[in-house]
Design a protein around this ligand. Structure first.
Ligand code: ARG
Length: 375
């Protein structure tokens, strides 16, 4: 499996394509133009124009830090950790290796060169995310989660009580639902604690990490639950380990098809009629349901906004429930586990034609990037 960090000996760290946006009659179209990858070891950035068979190393001339940030976000990482120009004399370059000099934009017009004018190539490291150690919820109809399966899952507590789930995005950043923190908005952030790396013990007293600030989306609507997302900045960073790690986000413009198998996890109620949190973290497989279908008269009849998505089963029986809110809905692709949704609401739990409704994280990426960058 690939990782987005330096610490791997795999050859291919990451491979993705950059899709420039072409506006046509008001719609956004994606056109595939250049592939990028970060090579293991020295983390050199390589480029492959669509019409060429070979990977070219990216020359450092014309490079700007903002480009590294953009590329890392296209990979689904929160940010670029390191980027620099590396002297060609300091890296092992294969015979016949060619190079690419950036054109007018990241997406196209890269020019093929036999060497780089600056004598340097780009090395780029993105923040690590989306990997879990072991191979491989209020979740109704779910199963116990083995330790290490959802290392990004946290319990968000006020006082010592579990209020909601949440997900790790970076050592100091947790994402949860705005409705979890709304009624506490006038209280100090330090009343909140985040407990990471646990599978057992929603009620137990493990040491948690105190929260420094809570930032809800400014457009959060407590009636419609539109924009149901909040970020928590921790007072001290989490120690990443096999038990604690960050999720990736979606690359921009990645379309997820209805039926995509995704997972929800949490300590919420396991029976809609019993108001009790579980001791053990639960997980459940919940396929995505297309918004058109979920918003149709037999399901939520127009209640969903563009910031919401549905996952679950038309027949019910398996779903998130009270206490799971704020927790992750994750889907895996060839590269990583990615945060696709945040447990938000539902009519009852696990009822037929009332699937779980999740915050549509893909719609809120610019806000996540902005908040985590400025705070
Ligand atoms: N609002 C609930 C909470 O605060 C989560 C509800 C999810 N409901 C569902 N049917 N999926 O925990």
């Amino acid at each position: 499996m690939c990782s987005l960090s330096f610490a791997t000996n795999r050859l291919l760290l990451s491979l993705f394509c950059y899709r420039p946006r072409v506006k046509r009659c008001g719609e956004v179209r994606s056109v595939l133009s250049v592939f990028f990858r970060i090579q293991a070891g020295a983390s050199l950035l390589a480029v492959r124009p669509r019409d060429r068979p070979r990977w070219l190393l990216a020359c450092y001339e014309r490079w700007r830090p903002a480009l590294g940030t953009r590329l890392c976000r296209h990979l689904g990482a929160l940010r670029a950790i390191h980027q620099k120009g590396v002297n060609l004399t300091d890296v092992a370059v294969e015979d016949g290796q060619e190079f690419a000099q950036m054109g007018s934009s990241l997406a196209d017009a890269w020019q093929v060169r036999s060497s780089c004018e600056s004598g340097r190539v780009v090395a780029l490291q993105c923040s690590a995310c989306g990997q879990r150690p072991a191979p491989g919820g209020r979740v109704v109809g779910g199963m116990d989660a083995a330790p290490g399966r959802w290392p990004w899952q946290v319990s968000v507590r006020h006082g010592s009580r579990h209020r909601c789930g949440g997900s790790v995005l970076a050592p100091r950043w947790i994402v949860t639902a705005a409705h979890c923190v709304h009624s506490y908005r006038r209280r100090s952030a330090s009343g909140w604690m985040v407990h990471a790396g646990i599978t057992h013990g929603s009620a137990k007293q493990e040491a948690g990490v105190p929260v420094e600030r809570v930032i809800s989306h400014p457009l959060y609507n407590d009636n419609s639950l539109d924009y149901d997302i909040a970020l928590m900045k921790l007072q001290v960073p989490l120690n990443f380990s096999d038990a604690i790690s960050a999720l990736c986000l979606l690359p921009s413009h990645q379309d997820l098809l209805p039926g995509t198998p995704c997972w929800v996890s949490g300590w919420g109620y396991t029976r809609p009629d019993q108001a009790q949190l579980t001791e053990t973290l639960k997980e459940a497989l919940v396929p995505l349901i297309g918004t058109q279908r979920c918003n149709s008269s037999c399901m939520y009849a127009g209640e969903l906004t563009a910031r919401m998505l549905c996952a679950g089963y038309p027949q019910g029986k398996i779903d998130a429930c009270q206490g799971d809110s704020g927790g992750p809905l994750v889907c895996q692709d060839e590269l990583a586990w990615r945060l696709v949704g945040i447990v938000s609401w539902g009519r009852g739990c696990a009822e037929p034609n009332r699937p779980g409704v999740y915050t549509n994280v893909a719609q809120l990426l610019p806000w996540i990037y902005r908040v985590t960058e400025i705070h």
